[in-house]
Each structure stands twice: as C-alpha cells, then as structure tokens.
Design a protein around this ligand. Sequence first.
Ligand code: FAD
Length: 398
Amino acid sequence: MPTTARPILIAGGGIGGLSAALGLAAKGRSVIVLEKAARLGEIGAGIQLGPNAFHAFDYLGIGEAARAMAVYIDKLLLMDALTAEEITHIDVGPAFRARFGNPYAVVHRGDLHGVLLAACRADARVDLRVACEVVGYDQDGASVTVRLASGETIAGAALIGADGLWSNVRGQMLDEGPPLVSGHTSYRSVIPTEKMAEDLRWNAATLWAGPKCHLVHYPLSGWKVFNLVVTYHNDAPAPVAGQPVEAEEVMAGFGHIHPKAQQIIIHGSDWKLWVLCDREPVADWVDGRVALLGDAAHPMLQYMAQGACMAMEDSVCLAHMVAAHGDDLEAALTAYRDRRVVRTTRVQLGSRAMGEHVYHPAGAHALARNAIMSAKSSEEWCDTLAWLYGGSGVDGDG
Ligand SMILES: Cc1cc2nc3c(=O)[nH]c(=O)nc-3n(C[C@H](O)[C@H](O)[C@H](O)COP(=O)(O)OP(=O)(O)OC[C@H]3O[C@@H](n4cnc5c(N)ncnc54)[C@H](O)[C@@H]3O)c2cc1C
C-alpha cells in the first residue's frame, strides 16, 4: 500500500492533536486521532492567543469561527503588584492588528477546542477515537504501529505524538526523566463578570508582578466571565494538575501584595491548582516516522502565553512539510522539526526568563525591571515582539 493511502496516527486530542489532524486532512491525508480520555474536551479556563495563533487558524480553515468566539482586548497591561501602579503596556488595538495582520485575543479553552473539534468532525478524513491511550510504538521503516493500553494495535504511515507534557511517545523516543518541576504553583478560577471587582473590569490581559508571585486576569466569553490565574513561587516539590483548593490557601501566597491586587483572589471561587513543569529544550523530536508536537515536543511555562500557539504553529508547519515531501514521510518529519526547533526553544527559554526577570523579582531586581520596562513605548514593545507575533513558524523563522 502506498504510504499516502495509510492514515497518519496522532496520539492526543488536545489543541495540538486536533490542529495537526485538521492541517493534515487539509492536505488530503487521512488521520486517526487517539485520545486517552473518555471524551474530547478542554479544562474550563481561558487562554491568550497572539496574532500568530490567528495566522494558524486561518491556515487551518477555522479563522472565522475562531474570531467569533474571541474577546478582543485593548492592551496587555503590566502592573506592579506592590504599588498597584502601571509598569508598562502594549496597545493591541487597530495599529497592532494592522502591523501583525491579526488580533491579540482571549478565548475560553472549551470554545477553542470546540471549534477545532467541530472542524475535525466535519472532515471525513479525520477519525476521532477516545479511550485510546497510546503506550508505545514500533516501526519497520515503512509503517508505524502503536500499542494502546487496551492491548489493541493500530498501524499507520506515521505517528505524531501530541500527547502533552507527560507524553508516552516522547518517553519511548528520548532517554530522559520526568518533566522538571518549576516550584511555581498556579491557581485558576473563572468567575461571572459581576463578581469581579468593578475597578478591575478592564478590557486588557492584565498581569500584576510581585515578589515570588504574579496575578493575571482578563474577560472571556463575550464578557460573561473573568479568567483568573494567580501564581506563587512556593517551591512546590511535585507536579499537580487541576486539584481543588480552598481560597484561604490561595491567599496565603499573596498576603504581601497591594490590597487592590488581592481583590482578584478575594473574588475568585472554585480554585484549582497546578504545579507547573517544563523541560530543557531538545532538538531531537523525530525518530524515523514518529515526531512530537506541542507540549510533548517543547513543554514550557505559560509565561509568554504561547504553548497552545506554538502547538498550532507546529501543526501548520507539519502539514506544509507533509504536503511538500509527498510519500517521503521521514523527510517531511525531519523538515518539520528543523523548521520548528529554534523558534520553540526561544519561547521555552523566554518563558522561563519572563518568570525570573519580569514576573517574580523583588527588591532591586524589581526596581530594575520597572525602570527598564517602563522606558519602552508600546511601539518599541511591538518591535521587540515582532519575531513572535509576526512569524508563522513555517519557514524556520526564529
Ligand atoms: C496555567 C496555564 C496557562 C496557560 N496559558 C496559555 C495561554 O494563555 N496561551 C497559550 O498559547 N498557551 C497557554 N498555556 C499552555 C497551553 O495550555 C498548552 O501549551 C497547550 O494546551 C498544549 O496543547 P497540547 O495539545 O500539546 O497538549 P495537551 O493540551 O496536554 O493535550 C494532550 C492530549 O493528549 C491526551 N493524552 C495524554 N497522554 C496520552 C496518551 N498516552 N495517549 C493518548 N492521548 C493522550 C490528553 O488527554 C490530552 O487530551 C497555558 C498553560 C497553563 C498550565
């Protein structure tokens, strides 16, 4: 059977896996998405999307649907959490959109995942299967066979490991230990807009930076709700994902910040906590007919708000390379990796640096941050970020 007739297997039905499925299907490839969970979905929280994510949406044919669910914020605002004074901001209004050809927006993860899922369901080339945990793979130079936890095996032309931070595909491919625990704990809550402090209902993605902590809030879902994410560098020793936590415990890490910033926590409810992890960047995410994508390839802290954006960019690049290389899937996967690795490494390392030098400094370090960052105009920030927001990630732009 020619390689092009066999499906490409994708482990994971998150934002990365579904984007990859759409991109490959658009190039005429049939795909089978194998998702571990019993149903396809996303957690009920928000996500920021730079213009580069919208370039990817357009390419994947869902630009219109993605724009319809977004809240278009006016600015990215950085506040000092001790003084409650602005440090700097970036206007993301009409001039920003014109410059980068697309908006900066915030969306509900469920809405975003829903748009991707609907597009996958509408494409006969995409076969979505749930309760399918990929535990390993074998390959013989002409095909890949995945092994599922159920004992079932499924053969395909290639395998894309889009199975997230704890990727089993990566676990087999690379000789390394578990993800690195950052010691940073993020608490998330989504509250109705009327519960948000009135004087903080800004049309901005706002970040309050304080010693060993930061807080983020923005409106979502047509201003019906506010997304709250507050992070405390408490040296948490072990990874945690989505564990419910009492508001008093959340507040414990934020007693030292300005009362105005504390309101963000006071008004939150149903908090859940994550202890954040990432990995050192690596350049070898391809093994013959198997490649990694999204968090499986380059897990990062969320501090540049780019993990999902990078996963979607990966998907666009992957589709391009598979189309360009026809039947030679090994060459396609290598070309994909070569075009993505510098840009994603830059975002992985940049995200860590943001945590250290922008989000969590204290004392003189914080004073230096404020002096350096407030000296830049919004236009100068756009120049600084042009590599990221202006790039598509397809051409190896870094
Ligand atoms: C607090 C926080 C805030 C964030 N904010 C932003 C933001 O504003 N902007 C942004 O762009 N990014 C943000 N991110 C990052 C973003 O959420 C991730 O980078 C993105 O979701 C990665 O998508 P993915 O599909 O690669 O992985 P995942 O979302 O982890 O999806 C992996 C999928 O694979 C499935 N799976 C796992 N193992 C297996 C297996 N063995 N077999 C089959 N299926 C499997 C999982 O069930 C899941 O459905 C944030 C992250 C956090 C923690």
